[in-house]
Unconditional design. Structure first.
Length: 51
């Protein structure tokens, strides 16, 4: 499997939550995981191709 290093510039603030045991406090990741990126790209592909 190849590794790709990419840079993403966010246009507005975003909170990418981590799974945790607390129901009150939310901890945010400092990176965008591959799963999040794959979902964003899939959503864009689906909407642009009217699937």
């Amino acid at each position: 499997m190849k590794k790709l290093d990419i840079t993403i510039q966010l246009m507005s603030p975003v909170v990418l939550t981590m799974q945790g045991s607390s129901l009150v406090l939310t901890e945010s990741n400092e990176y965008i995981s591959g799963c999040i990126l794959r979902g964003l790209l899939a959503e864009r592909y689906i909407s642009q191709n009217h699937l």
